[in-house]
Structures are given as structure tokens and as C-alpha cells.
Design a binder for this molecule. Sequence first.
Ligand code: PLP
Length: 487
Amino acid sequence: MPEHTYTRVGFFSGEKIPLEMHKARMVQRLYLRHVKERRQVLSAAGNNTFLLPNRDVYLDMLTDSGVNAMSEAQYAAMLMADDSYAGSETFYRLEKTVGEFFGTRHFLPAHQGRACENILATAFVTPGSWVVTNYHFTTTKAHITRLGGSVHEILKDEGLSAQSSDPFKGDCDLAKLADFAEGEGKGKIAFVRIEAGTNLIGGQPVSLANMREVSEYCRRKNLKLVFDASLLADNLYFVKTREASCAGRALADIVLEMASLMDIIYFSGRKLGCARGGGMAVSGREDYMKMRDLVPLFEGFLTYGGMSVREMEAMNVGIRETLDIDTISQTPIFVEALGEALLDKGVPVVTPLGGLGCHVDAMRFIPHVPQEQYPAGALAAAVYLTAGVRGMERGTLSEQRKPDGSESLSSMELVRLAVPKRVFTLSQIKFVADRLGWLYRHRDLIGGLEFEEEPKTLRFFLGRLRPSGPWQERLEEAFLKDMPSGL
Ligand SMILES: Cc1ncc(COP(=O)(O)O)c(C=O)c1O
């Protein structure tokens, strides 16, 4: 695989531009609705960007999950899928690739990342047990708590500071790990979990050095270490470009070392491998056997695990393409372009710019909206109203209420503008920055949200909310004054 072409090209003008190392050969028609129509659509969607129909969305920046652009090699491989319930050749090809990629002995397929979490939690979490993690992810936590377990976070303090220059904000704090493991959690830890590319704190990576330290501790204390590798591609890019000791190492070699430090690895194939599916890689026979029997129960037979064979073929190629730096650089360099354009306009974003997407800091954008009125949710609604752009709330709305019904206020209130791999052009990125710059100037107009309909679990997916007051009408009016076309 070629090493990092785009950084070596350079622009004669000196301008810093994220250069695409691919070309578009199939496209999807997009529509940008009038601001009046956008307000109606938003209201019909209960002010929840998950409930917006895609036909009314200009740029879908909700997630990078299952919406990355696939390569021609992935599409070609899909035509060669072996469609059988048991013993599919497609499965054996994927099993071999995962085994070589992680250096692991066994592969268990599952239909997506949270299905792996269900199996992991069912196998290892018992009532009263703890999962210790750098930071929780929504679905991970939901599966753990569903089974009577709890989550304890050991993220280093800097991880939660929205403005920082720390290159590895996803790192664990070893002292916090030891304190908990030898104190409250003693004898009750189901497993320790490291999440690559830490999603909820702004796509922030974990260093290889930190993985080594955590692994060394876990092995010494006989604790099981689980690696959520869903966002490994971004994390790998940052380890290669930010961690001096990794600069000269092959990506394949770095992945093998990371994997060798873990006991169980799982991933969402909607992210890692740019397809749709998931899986678990494991070497230990005992762990494998404990999880294996749950796959046919929840997912499907062991040689497909709920995935379509076509997606498994695409994932097989996509995982191998993760070892090409010019492929995995595409999200981080476009996130950087968007983040820097926003920072130029004064828009507060999480720094350093991470993977996955650009994360706008709602606490600093609209400090006048209290957390009980879901500032990140309100800002995500305002972004759609202003730009036809669908982002995702990552704040208090994404939390579960405490058992007594009170709000669990999130440490951060972020609007994630995801940058799926190879999907958007630089002009679209500039459009987003332009509209957010406008919104920032009119930030005083933005108000909060309140629940109209609140589901008990993972409420951010299906919950319906209404604006607290007529702020959306005022925002629309101001927009029309500056952009009379309404677009
Ligand atoms: C870090 C992490 N873990 C797990 C998941 C769950 O994966 P899936 O959406 O495939 O169920 C996600 C999805 O966004 C994720 O980002």
C-alpha cells in the first residue's frame, strides 16, 4: 500500500487543503429545502434529527455508521458472495482476514456493533458487576445496565476538557483504574473496556502507549480487557501521525500490537470496514466458547451472524483497506478542514480536532440554554433549520435518566457533524462552515427543547421534543432577512 500520498503533494500556493485520494464515480442526488419547509419538517420530526426523512436532508452528517462511501473493490467483491446458511466461503474469507488483521484465532460474526455488546454483556456482566472503561458509549452502557451491571469511567481528566491540545484525550488514567479495581470494584469487574476513537467525547483517540499500560495492569490483576475497535481506522491514523514511536511503523504492525494487548476485540462493521455488520475477534478458547453459543441464539448461524453475505464480502475488503493510510486519512483531514473553518468563524468546537466528525460545543455556543433543556439537541435542531444539515446530539439527551427519574447531566453537550469517509466534497464542507458561522452570529435566538414523548431506553433515537417558546420562528425570520432565497 502507498504511504501517505496526500501530505507529500503540497500546494504551491501554500494553502492547506485536504486532498482526495479517490474520485467519485457514482453519486446521489441531494435536495436543499426552503427554510420554511425545513421548519415544518423539523417540527414533524419532533425536533429529533434521527426522525428526519433523508429526502429532506441536504447533508446527512448524523453518523459515519453504514454510510461511508465504499470502494470499487468492495462493490466488486459483493458480486462474488457465497450465499449459504452454513459453511459459506464468504465467511471463511472474512474470518481469515479478521484473523490476519488482528492476529486472533477465532471470529464471531454479528449483525452490528451493539449485537456484539449484547453478546459480551450477556456472557460476562452479572447483577452488581462493573465494566470499567475510558468512556461509555450509548449502546454499550444500555446493554450493561440492562443486565444489572454498572459502568465506571477512568478517562483522564483532560479528556473532558473541550478545548485542549492533548493529542490523546481518549487515554485512560491508570491511577483511576487502580483506585477503582483495588477499591469499590474489587472482585466485581466484569471487564475493562478501551474504546478506540472515543465517540462521545469528540472522536478522540487512545495512544498505543496507554493501551500497553492498561493491558499490563489488567494482565497483572487478572482482569479481562475488551477493545471496542469500531472507530479503529481514525484511531490508527492518529497513532501513526501523532505518536512519535509509531511514525515509522507499518499500520498492520500497529494493529497487531494493539490487538495483542487485548483479550476480546469487537467492532461495528458499519464503521470499521465501511460495510454493514460487526464481529468479535478473540484468541482465548474459554472466552470464545462463552460467547460462541450466544451467536446462533441472537444473531444467526456462526457463518453469517445476521449479516448478508454481500456485506460480509464488502467488509472483508474494507478491513484490508483500513491498512492504507490514504484511505483512513480521509475522515480526519476533512474533519480538520471543517473544524478549522469553524474556528476561523469563532464557532466553538472540540479540540484537538478528532476523528468521526467535527464536534460543536453547545455549552459554549448557547450557554444561555440550561442542560435540562438539552442545548446540544436544540443546537442540532437549529443547525438543520439553518442549513438542511443533519447532525447528532451527543449530550444529556443521549444519557439515560437515573433510577429515581432525575436527569443524568452529560459532562459534554456536543453536536456531532459526522464526516463519513469519502462522501462530502470540500465545497459542501465550506457550506456547512458558512451556515454555522451565520448561526453563531444569531446564537442568542436559539432556545431549548422539552420532551413531548420520552422513550425509556435510548431515548435519543425515538424521543419527540418541542421548542420551549417560539425561537424557531424567530430564527427563520432572521435567516430570510440575510438569505432571501430561503436556501
Ligand atoms: C464506539 C462504538 N461502539 C459501538 C457502536 C455500536 O455499533 P452499531 O451502530 O453497529 O450497533 C458504535 C456505533 O456508533 C460506536 O461508535
